[in-house]
Design a protein around this ligand. Structure first.
Ligand code: SF4
Length: 271
């Protein structure tokens, strides 16, 4: 049976609280000119619908968040496992089997960059002076090669018996690519030598077995992402223009929620 040596890692490290200015998370007052902070997820919200972003960042109305506890559990175990090899400064055997020789990156601030699942630590970020926006995110992992070049890595827990579907989901999911690109941008701004190549590690829960038998089996696969973070600064400028407006942007046409809300409002107003 496969032993699990990472179970015994002692948590001796004390987290360093890196967020010196908590106020930056709070709502932003249009045209106040203050520095404000947005997460990678909020940047993604802005790209999908500036209205939803504005409601959150300026008016303090946040969309309900449904936690995917099973995904979080898988993510946590993946991190523990890779931390074991980070400690040893060795390549994870599954990665090696795929012909990749990367070693999990060891840095004194690594665990602060990663943050924790309770949201107490803010990950890694960069203050973009021209827009007075601090963009930050909680990374899953960073690998390094023999030359010291860094590679941004993200873990994704999925469940499909169709590997073709998994590849397609990855290929057409621009959100995955954007996530890697934002972290590449943050690391580069902080002076790290980061490759344009990043990796998404999929752990796919197998649904083939006939019985659950109190366990889930996973298959690990890796997809390479060629990132290009040229767009990030332009979007920070767009966000700055958005939050300095005193009117709420229009709703996105593709989102069902506002359409449902508006139809509901019209229906109840006619009663
Ligand atoms: S259309 Fe409405 S619910 Fe959907 S993302 Fe935009 S503001 Fe949010």
């Amino acid at each position: 049976m496969h032993s699990r040596p990472w179970k015994n890692i002692k948590k001796s490290r004390k987290y360093m609280y890196i967020d010196k200015n908590k106020n930056r998370w709070y709502t932003y007052k249009p045209r106040s000119g203050e520095f404000t902070r947005i997460s990678r997820g909020m940047l993604d919200t802005f790209l999908k619908c500036p209205r939803c972003f504005y409601l959150q960042k300026v008016l303090g109305v946040k969309a309900p968040h449904i936690p995917f506890n099973l995904n979080i559990a898988v993510d946590t175990l993946m991190k523990k496992e890779f931390d074991y090899y980070r400690n040893l400064q060795q390549t994870h055997p599954s990665i090696k089997k795929m012909g990749l020789e990367f070693i999990p990156y060891k840095h004194k601030d690594f665990f602060d960059w990663r943050g924790d699942e309770e949201g107490n630590y803010y990950g890694f970020g960069f203050e973009h002076a021209p827009t007075r926006i601090e963009l930050c995110g909680k990374i899953d992992d960073v690998w390094r090669d023999d030359n010291g070049t860094l590679y941004i890595v993200d873990y994704k827990a999925v469940a499909t018996s169709d590997s073709y579907k998994l590849t397609m989901e990855y290929k057409y999911n621009q959100g995955y690519k954007r996530q890697i690109e934002v972290y590449q941008w943050i690391f580069r701004q902080n002076g790290f030598n980061v490759s344009d190549t990043g990796y998404i590690v999929f752990v796919n829960a197998q649904t083939d077995p006939d019985y659950f038998d109190n366990k889930l089996e996973f298959l690990l696969s890796i997809e390479e992402v060629r990132g290009d973070c040229f767009w990030v600064e332009k979007e920070l400028e767009n966000i700055r223009a958005c939050i300095d407006k005193t009117s709420i942007p229009e709703s996105s046409q593709d989102c069902d929620i506002c359409q449902y809300y508006n139809k509901r409002l019209m229906a109840t107003n006619h009663k």
